[in-house]
Design a protein around this ligand. Structure first.
Ligand SMILES: [Zn+2]
Ligand SMILES: [Zn+2]
Length: 562
């Protein structure tokens, strides 16, 4: 009997599907209640009166419409017993946790099935001193330059090690997940990079043929410390150059940039008393290249001049499920709905994943609703900003990309795919799971090998297929007769009059919940000054001189700076 994961056969049947009812979540309530305040606040804070860039309001509004039946739905029916189910439309936005999770699952499945060959993978995480984070978050060109410097440095080091082992012409590939957030809803742009732990090399007998993968030995703490120092020096140089340009031509001269800048400045600063310090790269780096002056708290992890490099996490070559989980980790949403709750007085409470190190182990933050939304606004990636980047042999333009070994076929993939295929009512091609050439057939091919065939064109996985793959939920199974035939889509209903009639007949809410109008913000209670400060320094006192307790609402008794 086939088991995709050990013990699967004895597990209970897949969970039943339930409508997720986003309008009942704390996030929906906060956005509904305070979106108007947020946008109004931003307009008043910007000198030009325009407020946020248009995409911010757009994303929030899209989120409010997502998954709400009153905005339209698909009508599904069981072909055997006539059971009917309504499925609301989704927004595909970048604020919506549900649509984010769906997109992440889809991308991770694509990476594992179509892009990443079988190899041991290592996750490299690079984070930056907080003085750099504002520029990294807002200046796309700078962010690109930093990422390229990071990857070139690590790739050069990998190739050097390969050469020392006699492997010439080694090629390296990376997939980078750009995350904009830290653990406390703060803006903390950093990179999670997946890299095969070795090099791809050409077979001398078959030039132009498929590349083979050679695993290299794991790095040591000394290697990581030296790499961390090299990265801090190189990226520090880039940042210094960029700061010099910024002084001549500050990006915040543009009035439209201002509200975003305010938001970002507010979100970028980590909590806890932190006296101003010199930019970390202004200090002279330690003299030798062996990582002196760096601190390594954990294995394969180094902190130097405000940068931190972490490379301890690996996934074995045969652990494709683990690889998919690691991809999902890099692709995860900026915040988790499960950890968000509303206090009776309307404050937003967010439980932290782990106690925050600089605040004496505090485990949750409490924010004013508008302050919470401001943070979310700062975490929204700009439109068309790609959060997954491919470099080296995985880059689209790489001449080696078509010569990589094909990713292994997931055992049971055909079975899952065919089941899901039947399930989705769309065109069959749209739901076909990518099928790599058969592994056995590959093994029997002897030289000269033809280049591996072009992988099948990528199409998005269907909704039901993703639910099944990630949550093990069969959304298209009839809960009444448990028929093996999936529910079929009868119609997509968008006409407001029809939608309303059906929902009223079913005694379901037929109108979306209303969005609250602007509530003028009480400046006195918010800033404690009683007068509205100028746009730029508004509430500056709140996070400049107050300490952690008030400014970011870390939930614990307020205390002064040390
Ligand atoms: Zn049925
Ligand atoms: Zn959505």
């Amino acid at each position: 009997m086939f088991e995709r994961t050990p013990g699967e056969a004895t597990r209970p049947l897949p969970s039943r599907w339930r409508r997720r009812e986003p309008e009942r979540t704390a996030l929906h309530a906060v956005v509904r209640g305070h979106l108007a305040d947020l946008l109004d606040d931003a307009r008043r804070r910007s000198d030009s009166g325009t407020g946020y860039p248009a995409f911010v309001g757009h994303e929030f509004h899209r989120y409010l419409d997502c998954g709400v039946l009153a905005h339209g739905f698909a009508r599904l029916r069981c072909p055997d017993c006539g059971f009917e189910r309504l499925v609301a439309f989704s927004c595909k936005g970048r604020l919506c946790p549900s649509c984010w999770a769906r997109r992440a699952a889809d991308t991770a499945a694509d990476l594992v099935d179509r892009v990443l060959p079988e190899a041991r993978y290592r996750q490299w995480v690079l984070t930056f001193p907080w003085e750099m984070r504002y520029l990294l978050a807002t200046d796309r060109a700078f962010q690109g330059a930093v990422l390229r410097t990071f990857l070139r440095t690590v790739a050069a080091w990998m190739r050097l090690r390969a050469r020392r082992l006699g492997l010439r012409g080694g090629q390296v590939g990376t997939v980078t997940f750009v995350q904009r957030f830290g653990g406390i809803l703060n803006l903390n742009p950093h990179f999670h990079t997946l890299m095969p732990d070795g090099v791809f090399i050409e077979d001398a007998d078959t030039p132009g043929g498929p590349l083979a993968f050679e695993t290299l030995p794991s790095p040591t703490d000394v290697d990581i410390a030296a790499l961390g120092l090299r990265l801090a020096t190189r990226i520090g140089d880039l940042a210094r150059q960029r700061f010099r340009q910024t002084q001549d031509d500050p990006p915040w001269q543009d009035p439209d940039e201002l509200p975003l800048r305010l938001t970002v400045a507010e979100a970028v600063r980590p909590p806890g008393p932190k006296p101003p310090r010199a930019l970390p790269w202004e200090a002279a780096p330690p003299p030798d290249d062996q990582g002196a002056g760096t601190t390594a708290a954990k294995a394969l992890c180094t902190r130097v001049q405000g940068f931190s490099l972490h490379a301890a996490r690996t996934v074995a070559a045969d652990d494709r499920m683990g690889l998919e989980r690691l991809c999902l980790y890099g692709l995860r949403a900026p915040f988790s709905l499960d950890r968000l709750s509303l206090d009776p007085d309307g404050q937003v409470r967010y439980r932290l994943h782990r106690p925050w190190p600089t605040t004496e182990g505090r485990t949750e933050i409490v924010l004013e609703p508008v302050a919470f939304l401001r943070r979310l606004a700062a975490l929204l990636p700009a439109p068309y900003q790609n959060l997954v980047r491919y470099h080296g042999v995985f880059a689209n333009r790489s001449r080696f990309r078509n010569r990589l070994p094909p990713p292994p076929v997931r055992s049971g993939e055909t079975e899952v795919a065919s089941a899901a295929n039947m399930n989705t009512n769309s065109a069959p091609a749209a739901a076909t799971a990518p099928s790599a050439p058969d592994a056995a057939a590959q093994a029997t091919v002897t030289a000269p090998a033809p280049p591996p065939p072009e992988p099948p064109r990528r199409t998005r996985l269907g909704w039901a297929q993703l639910l099944r793959r990630v949550l093990d939920i069969d959304a298209l199974q009839c809960p009444r007769c448990l028929s093996h035939r999936p529910l079929v889509v009868l119609a997509f209903l968008t006409d407001p009059a029809v939608v309303r009639r059906i929902l009223e007949h079913l005694k379901l809410p037929a109108t979306p919940l209303p969005v609250a109008p602007v509530r003028r913000i009480d400046w006195e209670s918010e800033c404690g000054t009683g007068q509205q400060p100028a746009a730029w320094d508004r509430c500056d006192a709140n996070w400049g001189t107050h300490s952690a307790g008030d400014d970011v609402g870390i939930h614990a008794p307020a205390r002064g700076p040390p």
